[in-house]
Design a protein around this ligand. Structure first.
Ligand SMILES: Nc1ncnc2c1ncn2[C@@H]1O[C@H](COP(=O)(O)OP(=O)(O)OP(=O)(O)O)[C@@H](O)[C@H]1O
Ligand SMILES: [Mg+2]
Ligand SMILES: [Zn+2]
Length: 518
């Protein structure tokens, strides 16, 4: 007799229903698994056999064939243990097949029959919902995460025996519910604040501009000048996550198995700071059973690359596509996967190997060749995708000792939000906006067409741009970056037309075009 129970499979972040067909027939005892399962799924056989026996059921000494359909999508991970076990129990009459076919099942089994939590539950449950299933059985450890999907009944189960009891009507499993919107309001612990940062007016301003327009930024400065300190405070001035943004970020963290227990929803913008020894795969994602990398974990948030010239060259090269497209594509043998990667890149570095090139106090010990080689490790095309370049000079004694209280993050964030609101309003009227993922439209994401359309200047500003363009022999890319950044500055200033002041400030943020790279 053939029975069919439902589960789901993911391709990137998109899920679809998978049918687990189980046939138990007479013949030499065997247990075959077909339908493009990877090795992790094939290991299910031993777990399922032990779990069934140890839950007080009989494992059939017959010919068992399990087919995961459709056969053309790769099935990964241990989530099919549970549907396979239920399918076998139903096919052998130990459970009622009709009742079993009503649910979608996800879960790994341990040998003693308990149900273990798995990664990727949120995108899987969303897929079940989209396929119009009402009831999903998931491991109890994943209950809070699964219940982020409203309008669907989530039944958390802790063991195969408990679940079998429920499916045969002997005991009850209660659907798990929670107030999803409340999760967004959970306090998120210690928040770093710009009130701690003395002096550094120029750097603070540049970070405000970066936050207001979603621009990538690189900070250069000698050791101890406060680059890391500034970068870590960026989240405190970025707009709060909206609920759809939070769900997107949570899906990625779920897939990577990085949701902490008790916090099923990613409620604040991610801040990822991989170490400079990180491999290309860990930065952009991939691997044998592909996982999202740092660029996707930073989706809707910040990717901070401290000491950026120290990163592997190919890891930096691989950043170019996500920075350009807001997505990252991972090629595999016979398919490719795309994950979202809409992020703000914040990079920090010393200006030279010893760290003191251009320092006001200490002398740099490097040769001009060493200085040039150090910065040229950042490829031109990567720097080209960073809108703001700023220098973070060491603090003077007066700046450290002053009694003046630095501005805290809250008013800066309010200005950033007002500037973002202007951008949203502007882009809302733009029917050409075809970004695939839900992100607030921001100036940094404008394409060449939008730049021409939305970056209108006053006459003197136009004259200034023309002069600077020729004098500094800027590339077309730099030209557009300057316009985008001046658009953001004008948004902070509440102006529809970009004036000379906004343009002049934006030009200042291209130091690396002028000094170090042609
Ligand atoms: N503007 C500032 N206001 C207050 N404290 C500061 C400031 N700048 C630096 N500091 C202090 O100096 C410490 C070192 O700063 P930070 O680690 O950010 O420097 P850095 O520029 O990242 O240096 P490195 O190049 O060595 O990584 C900070 O933890 C902080 O205590
Ligand atoms: Mg640092
Ligand atoms: Zn030096």
């Amino acid at each position: 007799m053939i029975t069919i129970v439902k589960s789901t499979a993911l391709h990137g972040l998109e899920g679809q229903i998978v049918e687990v067909e189980v046939d138990v027939s007479r013949g030499l005892p065997s247990f075959d698994l077909v339908g493009l399962p990877d090795t992790s799924v094939r290991e299910a056989k031993d777990r399922v056999r032990a779990a069934i026996k140890n839950s007080g059921f009989e494992f059939p000494i017959k010919r068992i064939t399990v087919n995961l359909a459709p056969a053309d999508i790769k099935k990964e991970g241990p989530v099919y243990d549970l549907p396979i076990a239920i399918g076998i129990l139903a096919a052998t009459g130990q459970l009622d097949p009709g009742r079993c076919s009503k649910y979608v099942y996800l879960g790994e089994l341990s040998l003693n029959g308990s149900i273990r939590g798995v990664s990727g539950v949120l995108p899987n449950v969303l897929a079940a919902g989209e396929a119009c299933f009402d009831d999903v059985i998931i491991p109890i450890d994943n209950a809070e995460e699964a219940a982020l999907v409203e309008d669907i009944n989530i039944f958390p189960a802790s063991s195969l025996a408990e679940l079998a009891g429920f499916l045969s009507g002997e005991n009850d499993l209660r659907p798990f519910k929670q107030d999803v919107k409340k999760l967004l309001e959970l306090p998120d612990g210690s928040e770093l604040d710009f009130a701690d940062v003395r002096g550094q007016h120029a750097a603070r301003r540049a970070l405000e501009v970066a936050a207001a327009g979603g621009h990538n930024i690189i900070m250069l400065g000698s050791p101890g000048s406060g680059k890391t300190m500034l970068a870590r405070r960026l989240l405190s001035i970025l707009p709060d996550l909206t609920f759809p943004e939070a769900i997107e970020a949570t899906k990625i963290h779920s897939l990577a198995g990085l949701l902490p227990s008790g916090r099923p929803l990613v409620t604040r913008r991610p801040f990822r700071c991989p170490h400079h020894t990180a491999s290309t795969v860990s930065i952009v994602g991939g691997g044998r059973s592909p996982k999202p990398g740092e660029v996707s974990l930073a989706h809707n948030g910040v990717l901070f690359l401290d000491e950026i010239p120290e990163f592997h060259k190919d890891a930096l090269e691989a950043l170019r596509q996500p920075l350009e497209d807001g997505t990252v594509t991972i090629s595999r043998v016979n398919s490719s996967i795309t994950y979202p990667a809409e992020l703000m890149l914040v990079a920090a570095c010393n200006p030279c190997p010893c760290g003191y090139y251009g320092d006001s106090v200490r002398e740099c010990k490097c040769t001009p060749y060493q200085v040039e080689r150090y910065i040229s490790r950042l490829s031109g095309p990567l720097l080209d995708r960073i809108d703001l370049h700023i220098e973070v000079p060491r603090l003077t004694y007066e700046e450290i000792a002053t009694g003046e209280k630095p501005e805290s993050s809250a008013p800066i964030k309010a200005r950033v939000e007002a500037a973002r609101a202007r951008q949203r309003w502007r882009f809302a009227s733009d029917e050409n906006n075809n970004s695939r993922y839900i992100t607030p439209a921001c100036n940094a994401r404008m394409g060449p067409k939008e730049v021409r359309r939305f970056c209108k200047m006053t006459k003197p500003a136009r004259a200034l741009l023309q002069e600077v363009f020729q004098r500094l022999s800027l590339s077309a890319r730099s030209h557009d970056r300057i316009l985008k950044v001046s658009r953001t500055i004008a948004d902070l200033d509440g102006l529809e037309l970009i004036g000379e002041n906004q343009l002049a400030e934006a030009i200042q943020y291209r130091t690396l075009d002028r000094d170090l790279l042609i």
